[in-house]
Design a binder for this molecule. Structure first.
Ligand code: FAD
Length: 264
């Protein structure tokens, strides 16, 4: 069983720098952290490994596309229990939209020897589109369950999960190979052990550039992205809020008067 966890490095601070020319996030590695949803995806994979009759038969790989410094985050994932890591890193990958990111990650999965199960976060906290997991499923033509809150069991051919849907939680049997995107609440990522940290120091993270990942140059990076961000801005915050006192009926009445007096 090979579980690949897609891990994105995201800014660890709310002060995100944007490149005014390309409208992409400036990723200089400063204070980068693992996307919190991906931390939960990694813990989910590690629990699958722990629960296996033969944990050594379950290989957990972490995969990222990012700047060279992202290798440190992958090393941290190994210190916490992942078996190996692969980083796709090349200036040619920069500025990718979700389609180009998915394509690059699919090349990485091929380079890892394929997967039985791909785990992604439900969304990345910077780009926020929640498209990568379903797009990976589409690329490989595998089933996909999104916003998974529990992995109940994993058998060689199938996994049983509970996933949030619009009106509640659904129990799903998902045939493998498959892609799951997980909720942040599914599991808290464990701390690294001292032995894990020491072992991770000696592990070399494989880094592939566009050429070595056999990526089609027309499908990667900014130029390979059909979607481009035209403008990004911080929305103005309106001030002048009014507090409406009283009980519910009085508040409703005062609110109606306020709305009537507004020039909409
Ligand atoms: P999501 O789909 O939200 O991420 C889901 C999961 O996919 C993650 O939890 C992680 O497991 C995995 N994943 C995502 N990226 C990586 C990675 N680099 N390495 C490993 N795993 C990964 N792109 C569009 O196509 N359309 C848009 O409208 C769009 N709008 C944007 C707006 C802004 C302000 C910004 C900054 C970017 C926008 N992008 C858009 C670009 C988009 O954020 C990038 O394509 C990004 O690389 C992937 O999308 P995401 O962060 O939304 O990922």
């Amino acid at each position: 069983m090979h579980v690949v966890v897609c891990v994105k490095a995201v800014p660890g601070s709310t002060e995100v720098k944007m490149d005014p020319k390309t409208n992409t996030i400036v990723r200089d590695g400063g204070q980068a952290v693992i996307n919190p949803f991906d931390a939960s995806a990694l813990e989910t994979a590690l629990r699958i490994k722990d629960a296996a009759a033969e944990p050594a038969d379950v290989r957990v790989s972490v995969l990222s596309m990012g700047i060279p410094a992202t290798a440190d985050l992958l090393r941290d994932c190994i210190a916490r229990g992942a078996d190996d890591g692969l980083l796709l890193s090349d200036r040619a990958f920069a500025g990718a939209d979700t389609l180009a990111t998915t394509y690059a990650l699919s090349r990485g999965i091929e380079a890892l020897g394929g997967a039985d199960l791909i785990l992604c976060g439900k969304m990345a906290v910077d780009g926020d589109t929640a498209q990568i997991g379903p797009e990976l499923a589409g690329t490989f033509e595998w089933p996909c369950a999104t916003d998974v809150v529990e992995v109940r069991g994993l058998e060689p051919m199938c996994t049983c999960v509970r996933a949030n849907i619009d009106r509640g939680v659904a129990s799903l049997a998902v045939p493998l190979p498959a892609v799951l995107t997980v909720s942040k609440d599914i599991a808290d990522l464990r701390m690294p052990s001292i032995a894990g940290i020491m072992a991770a120091e000696t592990v070399s993270i494989e880094v592939l550039d566009a050429k070595r990942s056999a990526s089609d140059a027309r499908r990667i990076g900014l130029s390979g992205s059909p979607t481009q961000v035209v403008r990004s801005f911080v929305p103005d915050r309106a001030d002048g809020a009014v507090t409406v006192p009283g009980d519910a009926a009085e508040q409703a009445c005062a609110l109606a008067q306020l709305i009537e007096g507004m020039s909409l």
